[in-house]
Design a protein around this ligand. Structure first.
Ligand code: PMP
Length: 364
């Protein structure tokens, strides 16, 4: 509609307009049930059909093998920073973290409360602008898992390929919060994938965990019941009251992604969007600058600075006037950041790019 803005927020973030309209049409009376999804018992047949459909559509989208469980949980990806070590290892176990940004660093720090994590590589000296070559990684021989953040939301650094854990018993664990369902992923390469929904697939309040089934059932004795994957797996994410409405919204997004032709098609669109934005930055003769090493630039979060940093406030103000909002970079790094998740239309990025060129012509 005419008062919708192009919302470049990092999350919660823009949702597909057709999904919002569908939710609106079903809000008051969900498919003749006489009630809203918000009012349904999570144990009733209506909600069971919603969560089961959401799971089967997600399985189809990501081609999730049958020996993996899909859990719809709460607490955000931040809760998973603790749940992962609590479920996968004992207090004396060594685990490896590759830290390519602030989120990986937070995950590492939380893990230190529950096991013996080691940072085997950090991008901090280069202000988190790159990703290491996998051959040079010095993995701990006995590590239980290797943790990565597949896409660093603040720094805009994205793994394009994945390292293999050194030990054959070790698993790869990935925080995919900010690039979940943005492209096809070979789930079988991972032991655990986790993601908050509020960037690519729904509202905040839902956290999705995809875990190989044989990893479930070894939680440390101190593990709170809400963090124990076995409890959630045995109860099909219905041990306690789940975030019902959020799961319903994720389900609508999954349906929409399938209708678009699946994640291969979605990735093509995301590449096109990212390309015109990075091309504009790189073609600006230094007026705009993206510090991230080209080969690992994120398709989802595009950070950039202005050579004349005193113009940044003006840039954000003028963009907002033209209905392009939330372009300010994270408070920890400054500058600008355009988050262009699945639901950001090509038109939105095209409009941003045109604005950037015009802004440069006026201020360059
Ligand atoms: N990991 C990544 C990559 C994120 O972008 C975020 C949120 N911005 C988090 C973890 C934390 O997620 P939550 O706020 O859902 O706990």
């Amino acid at each position: 509609s005419s008062n919708r803005v192009f919302n470049f927020a990092a999350g919660p973030a823009t949702l597909p307009e057709n999904v919002l309209l569908k939710a609106q049409s079903e809000l008051y009376d969900w498919r003749g049930s006489g009630m809203s999804v918000m009012e349904m018992s999570h144990r009733g047949k209506e909600f069971l059909s919603i969560i089961q459909k959401a799971e089967s559509d997600l399985r189809e989208l990501l081609n999730i093998p049958s020996d993996y469980d899909v859990l719809f949980l709460q607490g955000g990806a931040t809760t998973q920073f603790a749940a992962i070590p609590l479920n996968i290892c004992q207090p004396d176990d060594v685990v490896d973290y590759v830290v390519t940004g602030s989120w990986g660093d937070k995950a590492y720090k939380e893990a230190a409360k529950f096991c013996k994590p080691k940072v085997i590589w950090t991008g901090k000296p280069d202000k988190y602008t790159n990703i290491p070559g996998f051959d040079s990684l010095e993995q701990s021989p006995d590590a239980k898992y290797l943790h990565i953040c597949a896409n660093e939301t603040i720094h805009g650094v994205e793994f394009k390929d994945y390292p293999t854990p050194k030990s054959s018993n070790a698993i790869l664990v990935a925080d995919m919060s900010s690039n979940f369902c943005s492209k096809p992923v070979d789930v079988s390469k991972f032991g655990v994938i986790y993601a908050g929904a509020q960037k690519n697939v729904g509202p905040s309040g839902v956290t999705i965990v995809i875990i190989r089934k044989d990893l479930i059932g070894n939680a440390q004795p101190i593990t709170p019941v809400m963090l124990d994957y076995k409890i959630h797996s045995e109860n099909k994410s219905l041990y306690n009251t789940p975030p019902c409405y959020g799961i319903y919204m994720c389900g609508l997004v999954f349906e929409d992604l399938l209708a678009q032709g699946g994640l291969g098609e979605v990735e093509k669109k995301n590449k096109k969007k990212a390309q015109i934005l990075y091309d504009t930055i790189d073609g600006s003769n230094g007026f705009y600058r993206c510090p991230v090493e080209k080969s690992v630039r994120s398709l989802m979060n595009v950070p950039f600075t202005l050579e004349k940093s005193e113009l940044e406030a003006e840039f954000i103000k003028e963009a907002a006037k033209e209905k392009m909002v939330q372009l300010k970079g994270h408070r920890s790094v400054g500058g600008m950041r355009a988050s262009i998740y699945n639901a950001m239309p090509y038109d939105g990025v095209e409009k941003l790019v045109a604005f950037m060129k015009d802004f440069q012509a006026r201020h360059g």
